[in-house]
Design a protein around this ligand. Structure first.
Ligand SMILES: [Zn+2]
Length: 474
C-alpha cells in the first residue's frame, strides 16, 4: 500500500482486491484438492514447506512491537531464528501477555501488526474469544488470515462428510465469539453446503431450532455437545420426537472429554471432534476413522509441552498445547501457550494421512483444580457424569475453600434425566464413581432437569461454564 492510496476519501480497500486467491489456493489447497496432495505429502515435503512459511512468519513478527519487545527481552535479535529447528529458542507467551498488550496499547493491543493511522489500508474483521468474565478478548483478521482459516474450515468439514448442498445448522452463538461466523464463512465459501445460522438457544429457542431442522431438512449440526444433547432431550421429552428421525448425517462438535457414544446414540449419527481457537481458527479435526484429530500441518506448528517445565511430552502423555501459526498477517502467533491439555496420538491413521494427530482436548490447564494433591479437570468429572444414564449429562463443578488451612472442596451439580430418578441414590453412586476414577472425594448434588442452566449458561451462550471457583483470589 503506497502512501498515496492512504487517502481514504479516494480509496476504499476491497476484500476481493486484497488477495490473489488462485495463488493462495496453490499454497493452501482447499478441499477436495487438499486430500489428493498436502494431506498425503511426505514428512520431508511438509517440513520443507512449513520451514519456509515459518521463516516468513518470523520476519513478519519482527515488524510487530509485541514480538520486538517479547523476543528482545529474551535476548533474541532479527536473524537469530533461522527456521523451525530454532523454535525452542523462542519464549512462549499466553493469554496474560495478550491482555497486558491490550492494556499497554488499547484498544486491540500491539500484537496486532496493523497501523490504523498510517499503515496499509486493508479490509479487516474483528472477532473475539468466547470469554465468560469481563470483556472478551478481541482479535483482528486480515484478508489472508481469514481466507486461510476459511479454507481450513472447508477442509475439516469435507473430511467429516460435508458435501455440496448439505444443510449445516450452526447452533453456535452468533456475535462477537468467532465460532459461529467462522463456521458460516467456511461452509459458504469452501464446502458448497448451505449454512443455516440458527445460533445458540438464546438466539433461536430450542423448539424453534427443531422445527427449522424438520422443515428445512438440515442434515448436520454444528455446535457444542451440551447443547446438542439438550436439543435431543427437548425433541424427545417435549415434542415426543425421536431425534434419530431428523436424519442427521453428522454432528460436528468440540467433543473434548464428552461422551461420543451417548451423543451418537441420541441422534443416530456419527460425531466428529474438532479443535480450534479464536486466534487460529480450526487447528485439527477427526477424519471418518475417528482415531485422533489430524493437525492441519501446512498451517500450524503444534507442540505439546509439560505444563510446569515446558519440556516436550512423549507420545501419549498429556501436556499443554503450544501453537505457532504459519500463515497470519495481522497478528501472527508464535509459540502461544493455549493452556489446552492434549496428547499426541500414537501410530498412523487408516485414512493414510501423514499429518500428526492429537487426542482431543482433555481440559484447560487453567481450569485445573488441585484437590488434596490431585489435579482435577472439571471436564474429567463431566465425562463420568455423562456415563451415568440417570443424569442427562449436564454438570457444573463448584470449588470452595472450606477452612483456613487452604483445604478446598469440590461440589458437583448434576441434572437428573427425569423425575423418576432417585436423587439420593444417584448422588451416592456418582460420588463413589468419581472417587474411584479420579481418586478424590466430591459431594454430588442432584437437581431437576434444566435447573443448572442458570449456572452454566447452557441456553444463553455457546461457551458453557463447567467450573465456578469461589475460592478467595489472591
Ligand atoms: Zn485419518
Amino acid at each position: 500500500m503506497t502512501a498515496a492510496s492512504r487517502n481514504l476519501d479516494d480509496h476504499v480497500p476491497r476484500y476481493y482486491d486484497s488477495l490473489d486467491f488462485k495463488a493462495l489456493w496453490q499454497q493452501y489447497p482447499p478441499a477436495p484438492e487438499y486430500f489428493r496432495n498436502t494431506y498425503l505429502a511426505s514428512a520431508e515435503a511438509l517440513r520443507a514447506a512449513k520451514d519456509e512459511r515459518f521463516r516468513w512468519q518470523v520476519e513478519r513478527c519482527w515488524q510487530i512491537p509485541f514480538y520486538q519487545r517479547h523476543w528482545g527481552a529474551a535476548g533474541l535479535a532479527p536473524g537469530d531464528i533461522r527456521g523451525l529447528a530454532d523454535l525452542d529458542k523462542i519464549p512462549v507467551f499466553d493469554v496474560h501477555d495478550l491482555r497486558a498488550s491490550i492494556e499497554r496499547c488499547p484498544p486491540f493491543g500491539d500484537f496486532i501488526g496493523i497501523d490504523f493511522e498510517n499503515g496499509e489500508a486493508i479490509p479487516m474483521v474483528l472477532q473475539t474469544s468466547g470469554g465468560t468474565t469481563g470483556l472478551p478478548r478481541p482479535m483482528i483478521f486480515a484478508p489472508r488470515d481469514r481466507e486461510v482459516m476459511n479454507i481450513i474450515t472447508g477442509r475439516r468439514l469435507y473430511m467429516q462428510g460435508v458435501r455440496p448442498f448439505d444443510r449445516l445448522q450452526v447452533v453456535l452463538s452468533l456475535g462477537l465469539a468467532n465460532g459461529g461466523f467462522l463456521a458460516r464463512e467456511g461452509i459458504w465459501k469452501y464446502t458448497g453446503a448451505i449454512p443455516v445460522m440458527t445460533g445458540s438457544g438464546a438466539q433461536t429457542p430450542t423448539r424453534r431450532q427443531l422445527e427449522i431442522m424438520a422443515a428445512w431438512k438440515t442434515n448436520f449440526l454444528v455446535g457444542f455437545p451440551a447443547y446438542l444433547r439438550h436439543m435431543a432431550v427437548v425433541a424427545r421429552e417435549e415434542l415426543g420426537i425421536d431425534p434419530k428421525t431428523y436424519g442427521m448425517k453428522g454432528l460436528i462438535v468440540h467433543l473434548g472429554t464428552d461422551n461420543r457414544k451417548a451423543l451418537e446414540d441420541l441422534w443416530g449419527a456419527p460425531c466428529y471432534d474438532t479443535y480450534g481457537t479464536n486466534e487460529f481458527g480450526s487447528i485439527a479435526a477427526e477424519c471418518a476413522e475417528q482415531s485422533g484429530l489430524h493437525l492441519f500441518e501446512d498451517a500450524f506448528e503444534l507442540e505439546i509441552r509439560d505444563q510446569e517445565t515446558l519440556a516436550p511430552t512423549p507420545v501419549g502423555e498429556r501436556g499443554v498445547v503450544v501453537l505457532t501459526s504459519l500463515f497470519k498477517h495481522a497478528a501472527p502467533m508464535i509459540r502461544f501457550n493455549t493452556n489446552d491439555v492434549s496428547a499426541w496420538t500414537p501410530g498412523t491413521c487408516a485414512c493414510g494421512s501423514t499429518h500428526a494427530r492429537i487426542g482431543g482436548i482433555f481440559g484447560r490447564a487453567d481450569n485445573m483444580v488441585k484437590l488434596r494433591g490431585t489435579n482435577v479437570f472439571p471436564e474429567a468429572v463431566g465425562a463420568l457424569v455423562s456415563e451415568n444414564r440417570a443424569t442427562n449429562g449436564e454438570y457444573c463443578c463448584v470449588v470452595e475453600r472450606v477452612d483456613d488451612e487452604g483445604r478446598d472442596e469440590m461440589t458437583v451439580h448434576v441434572e437428573a434425566s427425569d423425575a423418576s430418578v432417585d436423587a439420593a441414590a444417584l448422588a451416592k453412586t456418582l460420588s463413589e464413581r468419581i472417587k474411584e476414577a479420579l481418586g478424590v472425594k466430591m459431594t454430588v448434588r442432584v437437581a431437576p432437569r434444566g435447573e443448572l442452566s442458570a449456572m452454566t449458561g447452557l441456553n444463553a451462550t455457546s461457551k458453557v461454564k463447567r467450573l465456578i471457583d469461589k475460592r478467595p483470589q489472591n
